[in-house]
Design a protein around this ligand. Structure first.
Ligand code: DQA
Length: 145
């Protein structure tokens, strides 16, 4: 069965409780279920991995080279996650960067992403819907799977 990698970085495991005024009330489990529903008709299963550390996220990428594509919310690692960037550079399938919040409407330090130049696309500011739209995009970008 083909799998879609859903990768979430630091502090995203506590969605629902984390600054809901910024990140909303949906939990990561809610997001996983919504993404799984989007890709179910295609026969894809979702492999969801959330880790607090960059090294563990890198292992998750390296362990899932056979996935059809990935949705990546790097959290604050967007700013300086150079090792994460290198890992994504070797990931052989299309992947999309997602941020729940509109990072460009926030503090200046969130305006840079070292991974964005490698992404097939970037979605920010749409909350959990961003993950679903990324799943829709991957359904189009991975036609052979
Ligand atoms: C985030 C935005 C980042 O700036 C922040 O560090 C996060 C969450 C988002 O989804 O909006 O952890 O990636």
């Amino acid at each position: 069965m083909s799998s879609l990698l859903l990768l979430n970085g630091p502090n995203l495991g506590i969605l629902g409780r984390r600054q809901p005024e910024i990140y909303g009330t949906a939990t990561l489990a809610d997001i996983e279920a919504a993404v799984a529903a989007r890709v179910a008709d295609r026969g894809w299963k979702v492999v969801s991995i959330q880790r607090e550390s960059e090294g563990e996220l890198i292992h998750a990428i390296q362990d899932n080279y056979d996935s059809v594509g990935a949705i990546v919310n790097p959290g604050a690692l967007m700013v300086a996650g150079w090792s994460l960037r290198d890992a994504l550079a070797s990931y052989p399938r299309p992947w999309i960067e997602v941020h729940l919040s509109n990072v460009w409407a926030r503090e200046a330090f969130r305006h840079e992403s070292v991974i964005s130049p490698l992404a097939a696309g970037v979605i920010a500011g749409l909350g959990p819907l961003g993950y679903e739209l990324a799943a829709d995009a991957l359904l189009r970008l991975a036609p052979e799977s």
